[in-house]
Design a protein around this ligand. Sequence first.
Ligand code: GRF
Length: 202
Amino acid sequence: TPVALLISGRGSNATALIEACKAENFPARVCIVISNNPEAPGLEVARQAGLRTQVVDHRPFGKNREAHEQALHACLTEAGAELICLAGYMRLLTPWLTSTWAGRMLNIHPSLLPSFPGLHTHERALEAGVRLHGCTVHIVTEGMDEGPVLGQAAVPVLPGDTADALAARVLKQEHRLYPAVVKHFLDKTAPACQGGEALLVG
Ligand code: GRF
């Protein structure tokens, strides 16, 4: 299945998906990596991997989010994408794009949704005093960080944790979770619980 990766920054989740796609039995291949940010370091990673990349800068479109998304959509269809994986794509999406790609767009979020949607999830988890935190891959619907949950990975919050330490612990799990969920989503295989750790897909 041709998959488009949408990024805005570092691209470590995109990198994890690119790596996963190299395995012969992985049901996806990356057809394009698109960034709204021309400076996104993740673009270079994709280029190095020999993948097609495209910048669709939102700034020339000003407040017209839908016009930007139409440009994005044109790229996606031109590249033959059948699935979109948002991977640190830092733009709010309009109902036009979410409905156009309904059921075919996934997102990874650094919290155990429905806890802590939005930004600064690690700081907020520490403030709330939760003992478990983690990440979620879900189907994208109109509401931000809503939509059916496809998989989650949990990590402990440890005594003395800083937001950075916690973020790093979660990020490691993001890199396991996203490829596992994409595989399960496309293969429609039985629910997977991997390695005795708290990674539940399906
Ligand atoms: C990740 O924590 C992801 O969950 C969130 O934004 C961050 C992106 O990191 N949506 P990267 O660009 O994949 O390294």
